[in-house]
Ligand binder design. Structure first.
Ligand code: 2P0
Length: 325
């Protein structure tokens, strides 16, 4: 087999966050989550299986990847090889269409693109649900990036994880997410490690997990009604609860920097002045604000002093760009 395929997937930002696993080996989340896939922040990945290659290889933005990243990709390719009944190693080339140095690099877009490219290169044709289950094995948030727009990740109940996948939420709501990349300081705790440590040591972890079902329902209902205030309120609350559970871990897992808190304050001030914007933040210091098209420029201007900014529209689903299997 010498199949080759290229796919592209966009990153996503969780409005209701994922933090914690119910099974580490199968990468099953302890909570469901709900996200918005973003336009303009995507990963493009080519996978070429090669009967002559002695091992898997990975070029990231044109540079050979470090052994840790390569190991993670090789283990993921093992899942695809097992499913396709093939043994060939692969050459993987992956590039982000946004500056990686800004610290916005995302395992969500990376593993969604890899799941699609690798399966097609291996001659497999998975449906969306199977793709989402597979992408989840690479990274929990990647299961959501198979879909465009809003998506909801199901926690699932089954031990084999076959009911833990994302589904799209049909919506024509033209919402905006403004990103302000703050500092690019020392690398923070990897989310996989941060969530394990939170689950093991934080006295607030159980409360965080208990809250998630209600937050998911609130967000789902708000999207159905195009109710920005309700969606923004639950987005900000879910984010701060997630970070509170992590900060209560012993020792603490703290992703916020000074600029993150400053961004949160700017967003509070915007709201007081009548501009609808709600804060969220992931496993890093960058500030993200949920708003609507009409106010996106004002929100961006207010956050611009923190660093480089992007205004993101809802983005498209993962797609195959080329296949030669
Ligand atoms: C999220 N994050 O829902 C949450 C909020 C970060 C903060 O999903 O261990 O890289 O690979 O499943 O998907 C980042 O975690 O974690 C993440 P793994 P992932 O977007």
């Amino acid at each position: 087999l010498n199949g080759k395929a290229t796919a592209r997937a966009n990153t996503n930002i969780a409005l209701v966050k994922y933090w914690g696993k119910r099974d580490a080996a199968l990468n099953l989340p302890a909570v469901g989550s709900l996200s918005l896939t973003l336009e303009g922040l995507s990963t493009r990945t080519s996978v070429a299986f090669d009967g002559k290659a002695a091992a898997d290889s990975l070029l990231l933005n044109g540079e050979p990847a470090d052994p840790r990243a390569l190991g993670r990709i090789a283990r993921f390719l093992d899942l695809v090889r097992a499913r396709a009944g093939i043994k060939e190693h692969a050459r993987v080339e992956s590039a982000n269409d946004f500056p990686t140095a800004a610290g916005l690099a995302s395992s969500a877009s990376a593993f969604a693109a890899l799941a699609l490219a690798a399966t097609r290169a291996a001659g497999l044709s998975l449906d969306d649900r199977e793709l989402s289950v597979l992408a989840r094995r690479g990274s929990g948030s990647a299961a959501r990036s198979i879909f465009g727009g809003f998506a909801e990740m199901q926690r699932g109940q089954r031990a084999d994880g076959e009911d833990s996948f994302a589904t799209p939420i049909a919506s024509d709501w033209d919402i905006r997410l403004v990103i302000a990349a703050t500092v690019t300081g020392p690398k923070s705790t990897l989310s996989t490690d941060g969530m394990r440590h939170t689950a093991e040591t934080s006295p607030y972890y159980d409360a965080w997990v208990r809250m998630s079902e209600a937050d998911l329902k609130t967000a789902r209902d708000a999207i159905a009604r195009h109710d920005l205030e309700a969606l923004g309120t639950v987005t900000e609350a879910s984010c701060l609860s997630m970070h509170a559970s992590a900060m209560a871990a012993r020792p603490a897992v703290v992703y916020f920097h000074g600029a993150t808190i400053e961004g949160w304050r700017i967003i509070q001030e915007l709201r007081k002045s009548g501009i609808p914007a709600w804060f969220t933040c992931d496993a890093g210091p960058h500030v993200k604000a949920l708003t609507v098209a009409k106010h996106a420029s004002e929100v961006e201007q207010a956050l611009a002093r923190l660093g480089r900014t992007w205004i993101c529209k809802p983005g498209p689903r993962a797609e195959v760009l080329e296949v030669n299997a």
